[in-house]
Design a binder for this molecule. Structure first.
Ligand code: SF4
Length: 592
């Protein structure tokens, strides 16, 4: 089909809505492997946007491109746990066998090779995406076969099925993963008890957001309910981008009905009465999980057919609620709720100023509840089993259980569900981790926990977590982890505010120099100074948490840094060769 015809039809299929720009671009990207200039011009005209608006959105998302990618578009997951499993060597092997350079399409346009942030497969890495589809358990043998398949032009849907087999790896179940309740039970309880009583139950249960922030869910729902408006939104944040996390992937695969039931329940509760207001739902699904879209659409349709979504749900007049799925396109910052809302509105995912908070002015400036996948499931379970049942599990300030995505140096990586209050020691024991040096809890933005603190617990009042739990044994160099994380934040900073945009780059340069043993005490102090500055002055949580791992390792593993010192002076190390190399690259002149 001609580019102009496909673009026109795509725009029409999204009703010419400019807030669907991102979804339209994703569709065009999948069709052509890039966004042709012709499409950009058409989009600008038909959606009444400037071309620079469209280009800015394309430039923001790492899965959108203005230049054609290869027929086979490979993205190898670059998370530290993938690197621990040998991903860097596999990338080298791919470059070598395919005669391709990173981020540059091969001359014959057959293949492009790139690295990308964590693809959410850390329990079965190394992993990569091929034309958007995840391949796991990569090893040299698989890489060689993949290279042959590419050179022979074999379509991806004819590649060996086991390459694409994603395991759930559920290793420990507790209240949530053990639940076998019917998928309409929470809605039936809601219809019997009513919104006010059930909102109180959610509040009494002390359910807190499972994405990491820990905001009280009942309070959030009440604030949204109290805001006067004709239209409200319920958004499920399925943009699981924190490196090392994959529990939402497993929940989206195994318990999609319960997620949707939780969202439906929320819609019922925040709707003061069923005549005057309207509530709509959206699932923001990270681009890396687009392969799950079809099965989620099927679950939505099944629920519509069963009267559990759509008009007059379970016969209750005016209880209307339906859900649409929007895809992300490779931007970690869109996990932040206000950036996610911007992205849903088709824009660059730049975090908003707060207040106003999304519960008052969220999606399309209407009151909006944004909750994590796991939070919605918990809300449905509380409705069925009661607040007392839930509150009894966990600790005083952290009720219920938490799903952990465990990866790294252990015998049994996978999903572990624990009551809050479980110690790190217990978790390490269960997953078969030996000689553990440190655990990184909650991803690069989280905390590095040294062995002396393994008696501490997973809980909001002790070690809070969104679910990522990466294990490093005594043989690992923790500076590799810090280096990987500093590069991650440079890639993922949205660039909106200077402390984060510039600070993360400066931090990366200094950490790279630590790695190369080219630093002095002055440089270590400089790392601390920049870290404090970023923490205190960044616009959002990404910038303020970007230096966590370097600060934690400086505190708990000072020898690691001391042994890298080239000079102990309070003068910076000046690396003449590095500066000259930079000048050569910038000027293209090797005589510099
Ligand atoms: Fe963007 Fe970083 Fe500033 Fe957050 S802190 S708004 S990610 S530049």
């Amino acid at each position: 089909m001609k580019i102009s015809q496909f673009t026109n039809e795509t725009i029409a299929s999204f009703n010419h809505q400019s807030d669907m720009l991102l979804q339209i671009l994703i569709k065009i990207q999948y069709q052509y492997s890039f966004i042709p200039q012709k499409s950009i011009t058409q989009l600008s005209k038909k959606l009444f946007l400037t071309e620079s608006n469209v280009l800015a959105v394309i430039g923001f998302y790492s899965f959108l491109h203005k230049e054609a990618r290869g027929h086979y578009d490979l993205r190898v997951s670059n998370n530290i746990t993938d690197q621990m499993l040998g991903s860097l060597e596999l990338v080298e092997l791919l470059c070598d066998k395919l005669a391709v350079q990173l981020a540059t399409p091969r001359k014959d346009k057959r293949v492009t090779l790139d690295t990308t942030s964590c693809t959410g497969m850390s329990d079965q890495g190394s992993a990569m995406l091929v034309n958007g589809l995840p391949i796991v358990e990569l090893n040299k043998k698989r890489i060689k076969t993949i290279c042959q398949l590419i050179e022979s032009g074999t379509p991806v849907n004819q590649w060996p099925k086991d390459f694409f087999h994603i395991k759930n790896n559920i290793q420990r179940r507790d209240i949530l993963l053990n639940d076998r309740s019917d998928n309409s039970e929470a809605i039936r309880v809601f219809l019997k008890q009513g919104d006010k009583k059930l909102l109180k139950q959610i509040e009494f249960s002390n359910l807190r957001g499972r994405g990491g922030g820990g905001f009280k869910t009942g309070f959030k729902w009440r604030l949204c309910k109290q805001t006067i408006a004709k239209q409200r939104y319920v958004i499920c944040n399925a943009d699981e981008g924190e490196p090392g996390t994959f529990k939402d992937r497993v929940l989206l695969t195994t318990l999609p009905d319960k997620i949707i039931e939780g969202m439906t329940l929320c819609a019922g509760i925040i709707n003061e009465d069923f005549t005057d207001h309207s509530v709509s739902g959206l699932i923001y699904l990270r681009g890396e999980y687009q392969y799950l879209r079809e099965s989620l659409e099927q679950v939505l349709q099944k629920r519509r057919d069963a009267g559990l979504l759509g008009k007059d749900i379970l016969g209750k007049k005016g209880f209307d609620f339906d859900i649409k799925i929007h895809l992300g396109a490779g931007a970690y910052i869109c996990g932040e709720e206000s950036a996610l809302i911007e992205s849903l509105e088709g824009k660059r995912g730049i975090p908003r100023n707060r207040p106003p908070f999304p519960v008052n002015e969220g999606y399309k400036n209407q009151p909006t509840v944004v909750n994590n996948v796991e939070t919605f499931i918990n809300a449905a379970l509380i409705t069925i089993h009661g607040a007392d049942w839930f509150e009894k599990i966990g600790t005083e300030q952290s009720s219920g259980s938490k799903l952990l995505s465990i990866s790294g140096d252990c015998a049994k990586p996978g999903i572990y569900e624990y009551p809050f209050g479980t110690s790190i020691k217990q978790i390490l024991n269960d997953c078969g981790a030996l000689n553990t040096q440190a655990v990184q809890v909650s991803g690069p933005a989280g905390s590095t926990i040294p062995a002396k603190d393994f008696d501490r617990c997973i809980a909001f009042e002790d070690i809070p977590t969104g679910g990522s739990f990466m294990i490093f044994n005594q043989q690992r160099n923790l500076l590799d982890m810090v280096k990987n994380f500093s590069a991650f934040f440079v890639d993922e900073s949205c660039g909106f505010c200077t402390p984060c945009r510039v600070g993360s780059s400066l931090l990366k340069q200094l950490i790279d120099r630590v790695h190369q043993q080219s630093v002095s005490n002055y440089d270590l102090n400089e790392i601390k100074r920049i870290s404090h500055l970023m923490r205190d002055t960044s616009h959002c949580g990404l910038g303020s948490s970007a230096s966590n791992s370097v600060m934690d390792t400086l505190k708990y593993f000072p020898k690691l840094y001391q042994q890298q010192l080239k000079l102990t002076d309070d003068e910076p190390v000046f690396d003449l060769q590095a500066v000259l190399q930079q000048a050569r690259q910038l000027t293209g002149n090797d005589n510099v």
